[in-house]
Design a protein around this ligand. Structure first.
Ligand code: BG6
Length: 483
């Protein structure tokens, strides 16, 4: 069913209809999908929010946002006039009952069967009251299907994640719930499954007998920017590791599912999460960026960013070592690291294979062997490189590192934005790329003890790869790959 328009019309309700998420991600994706004919032509978009907008004012806001995002399709204005609506909503239950009636009226007017997406694009603090009110007002079901979309963060530790899920399940069944970790919508992340399970050449080597270690890096050159208010409460472990990096790790480590189907895939991911050995405090390094000169520009220290406490201990960098205690991965370290104000934006998985058992070439000068590496580049410059040694033509004998290289852009052109993929899957009812409740719980089980006993943050200069201590996590001569 992927990438086809759902066969019946639906109403796409965005709680937080003027949020940053709506402006930067949801609206551009909706508009492009609409332009391509992927959305059902009779889709109704209903933005809700505290602002007191008339429909006309909201449509103006939408037009402006689409223009800014360069996401206007040919008949955008006409579509906007016909399909986009706004409903001002206060905090209490009566406002949600009004929303219930307003949606019912709209759907009757448009002769819709009553299928709804309820997208929570509000700040995380508003999730719980919104979900309660949606449920109490009877918006958890309608005459067709109802799907609830929740963005990460799903709680801020194990207890809060459980509370959030208990509330969600009080009103919605799990098949109605679409938890977004937007990394799963990236084509290159989805490709991890295809790469592994459609190509026997890699899968036959994908285990402790052949693989020495796995590195997952998600680095960003930017600082926290305008999000410091949220970030100072979260930190890199909650913001990136508990979700994005852990999801990548499960896709690398999982067994083949019995079917290419949402629950079968998520079952295997949960098994990986359950097999991860508790991470010890000495296996984690926390860092925080200082100020300094970055490419000729002076940048603020994290503690000098607006809305950050001057003595904040929030980490903007984390590196850790994890082990998956199962038959496939026993003894293979998985090194994860992420941070802000690092040298470049890079999301990369590096699989380093074991060296051959004997070095035949020792008697030749300059003859060293290196590990074969599979470098899966998730962004930017999406693709992969397989690195191996060849004999250089000259004498005396020497080995040179060469790569087999694949780049998505060269093969297929520009890749779709994650949100386009995710929105299509929501309306088509495909949960494969969404996080299931037990994945969230297992992941928090892993990281909550670390959050409760968090060590101090080591400072690092902007434009470096984090505190030097992070290098010491890698033992036996291993080094972080940085290109
Ligand atoms: C978000 C984090 O989930 O992912 C941000 O909250 C981070 O802090 C962002 O910058 C990175 O996403 P992407 O798609 O730009 O790699």
């Amino acid at each position: 069913m992927k990438n086809r328009a759902a066969s019946e019309p639906y109403t796409f309700v965005v709680m937080g209809g003027t949020s940053d998420l709506m402006r930067r991600k949801i609206l551009p994706a909706l508009s492009i999908l609409r332009g391509r004919g992927t959305l059902h032509p009779d889709t109704i978009i209903v933005g809700t929010g505290r602002r007191r907008f008339e429909n006309g004012e909201y449509r103006e806001w939408i037009r402006h946002a689409a223009l800014e995002a360069r996401a206007k399709s040919n008949d955008f204005d006409q579509w906007c006039e016909r399909c986009v609506h706004y409903h001002s909503i206060g905090a209490g239950l009566p406002a949600y009952k009004e929303l219930h009636d307003a949606l019912f009226d709209l759907e009757r007017r448009y002769k819709h069967p009553g299928n709804r997406v309820l997208y929570l694009a509000t700040p995380p603090g508003a999730f719980k009251p919104s979900i309660s009110n949606l449920g109490e007002a009877g918006l958890n079901h309608c005459s067709g299907w109802t799907r609830l979309v929740v963005e990460k963060p799903f709680g801020h530790d194990l207890t809060s994640a459980r509370e959030l899920d208990a509330l969600i399940h009080r009103w919605f069944d799990e098949p109605q719930v679409y938890r977004i970790d937007h990394f799963l919508g990236k084509t290159t992340v989805q490709n991890l499954l295809i790469f592994r399970f459609a190509n026997s050449v890699f899968e036959s080597q994908w285990n402790r007998n052949s693989i020495d270690n796995v590195q997952i890096t998600v680095s960003e050159a930017d600082g926290v920017g305008g999000r410091a208010g949220y970030y100072d409460q979260a930190g890199a472990l909650r913001d990136m590791v508990q979700n994005h990096l852990t999801q990548l790790m499960t896709l690398v480590a999982m067994e083949a599912p019995v079917q290419f189907e949402a629950n079968a895939i998520r079952d295997e991911k949960v098994k990986v999460l359950r097999s991860i050995r508790p991470i010890t405090a000495d296996g984690v390094v926390y860092g925080q960026y200082t100020g300094g000169n970055l490419g000729g520009t002076e940048v603020n220290a994290y503690r000098d960013e607006t809305n950050v406490e001057p003595d904040s201990q929030t980490e903007t960098f984390v590196a850790l070592k994890a082990f998956v205690d199962n038959w496939r991965w026993q003894g293979v370290p998985f090194y994860l690291r992420t941070g802000k104000r690092l040298p470049q934006k890079l999301t990369q998985i590096v699989i380093s294979f074991r060296q051959p058992p004997v070095c035949f070439f020792r008697r030749f000068e300059d003859c060293t062997m290196q590990q074969n590496q599979l470098v899966i580049q998730l962004q930017p410059d999406e693709g992969f490189d397989l690195r191996f040694d060849v004999k250089a033509p000259e004498t005396p004998l020497s080995l040179r590192r060469q790569s087999l290289r694949f780049r998505y852009e060269e093969a297929f052109g520009e890749l779709p934005e994650a949100y386009k993929t995710l929105l299509v899957d929501i309306v088509n009812g495909d949960q494969t790329l969404f996080v299931r409740t037990d994945e969230v719980e297992q992941s928090w089980k892993l990281y909550t003890p670390l959050l409760e006993n968090r060590g101090g943050v080591a400072p690092y200069h902007p434009g470096t790869w984090g505190p030097v201590k992070a290098d010491r996590l890698l033992e036996s001569g291993r080094v972080w790959r940085t290109t």
